[in-house]
Write a protein that binds this ligand. Structure first.
Ligand SMILES: C[S@@+](CC[C@H](N)C(=O)[O-])C[C@H]1O[C@@H](n2cnc3c(N)ncnc32)[C@H](O)[C@@H]1O
Length: 402
């Protein structure tokens, strides 16, 4: 395998932006891919995957290269050399790659496989927390799965098309996909591609949404004509799915504390042909008070640590902090307590997170049920990245009895 100069320089610049300027990896990848319009699918794949791999394996590569966390250009090249050797690339005769100690890199890699925090490239605190919550054996399996590359999954917009027809249209645009058992509207890309450029995307025929995330809206058991409140709607990934399941009938109120996210949601509804969504910014307690006890269904897709989606956001390993996780657990408890009041008697609520930590999931639900005996649990579902290969998620379906 050969390395191409302009692709590798793009990767090095991207890594500096992520680690020195604190920019988000997904945004940096998007920008990097726009650098040269002549790049083909293989070039784009190299750029995107190499940036994600260098972010994902930061601690391991730092340890092997002796670069610690200092991100000078020279050190980024040293880390890149580790990546290239471990992936089996033939090193070109470039100044930046002179004198790379190939044998020492391989030897150090083998030696570090015995220490999980290096082998899996994770901060000590996260390893300790996850072991406390899940046990060492379970966590070891999950983190190995969370370090794999994320696949691209699409959700068919059933308001505009069906899965088989979308698959054919995408194939006509050069994008091969497969169905996934157990996920009724999902299509998996055979190879990474820029799906946002397709006319299928522009025509609103699909959304990019992980398979596990596609289970959440369906878990809420919505029906056409219902009144549904999507309390933490963000940019609306699940709102759009709810609208499709409700066949555009009834009323979905999408709320969030950030107006900017709800604006993005509005743009997405137009592309998807969704007509039954209104948005409300949660800027005062009055907004919620007015809707108390009125909803047939409430979705709480709560803010969380995101530990279930490290595959997709490997930079979270380095950006997350223990205090953030502690605080978000308190926020989740408050949100569940406050937003559950929106459900009418006989109505249902889903509490969901993209975390695999029990303290953000089943423990939150247990405490809530203890404090709110008018609610009972119908079922819950944990999605393990290790067992499924997709993102880690938790969802619990509760009902309000009085
Ligand atoms: C997991 S994300 C939601 C993702 C979204 N449902 C989707 O499917 O695309 C959690 C959202 O909760 C919002 N949020 C955080 N604190 C909140 C609060 N107190 N009330 C409502 N929303 C909140 C965040 O802005 C974020 O958009």
């Amino acid at each position: 395998m050969r390395l191409h100069r302009n692709l590798v320089f793009t990767v090095v610049d991207a890594i500096k932006l992520i680690f020195n300027e604190g920019e988000y990896a997904d945004k940096v990848v998007q920008k990097a891919l726009k650098r040269d319009a002549r790049w083909g699918a293989r070039d784009r794949k190299f750029v995107a995957e190499t940036i994600y791999e260098m972010v994902r394996w930061k601690r391991l590569y730092n340890e092997i290269a002796g670069t610690k966390s200092h991100y000078s250009t020279e050190n980024v090249w040293k880390n890149f050399a580790v990546f290239a050797i471990l992936k089996g690339y033939k090193l070109p005769d470039w100044n930046q790659l002179q004198g790379v100690p190939e044998r020492r890199i391989k030897g150090k890699f083998d030696e570090l496989q015995k220490v999980r925090v290096f082998k899996e490239s994770i901060p000590d605190w996260l390893d300790e927390l996850a072991i406390k919550e899940l046990g060492e054996k379970h966590w070891s399996k999950e983190i190995t799965a969370l370090n794999m590359q994320a696949e691209v999954i699409l959700r068919t917009n059933t308001l505009r098309t069906n899965k088989a027809s979308l698959r054919k249209k995408l194939a006509d645009e050069g994008i091969a996909t497969t169905f996934i058992d157990g996920y009724p509207d999902a299509l998996k890309l055979v190879e990474r591609a820029n799906v946002f450029k397709t006319s299928c995307f522009k025509d609103g025929l699909f959304e990019v949404q992980d398979a596990s995330s596609q289970l959440v809206a369906a878990f809420l058991d919505v029906k056409p004509g219902m009144k549904v409140i999507d309390t933490c709607a963000g940019a609306g990934g699940k709102t759009l799915h709810l609208a499709a399941l409700m066949e555009n009938k009834g009323n979905i109120i999408a709320t969030d504390i950030y107006e900017s996210k709800l604006k993005k949601l509005k743009i997405r509804t137009r592309r998807a042909g969704v007509h039954n969504v209104t948005t409300k910014v949660l800027d005062s307690t009055k907004v919620l008070k007015k809707m108390k006890g009125t909803a047939d269904r409430v979705l709480i897709d709560a803010p969380c640590s995101g530990i279930g989606v490290l595959k997709r956001n490997p930079d979270s390993k380095w950006k997350l902090e223990p205090a953030f996780v502690e605080n978000i657990i308190k926020t989740q408890a408050e949100i569940l307590e406050n937003y559950s009041k929106l459900v009418k008697v006989g109505g249902k609520l889903v509490y969901a997170t993209c975390s695999i930590l029990p303290s953000e999931n089943e423990k939150q639900v247990k405490t809530f049920l203890k404090n709110n005996p008018n609610f009972t649990i119908i079922k819950d579902h944990k999605v393990s990245p290790f067992k499924t290969g997709y993102d880690g998620f938790y969802m619990a379906l509760l009902t309000c009895n009085s």
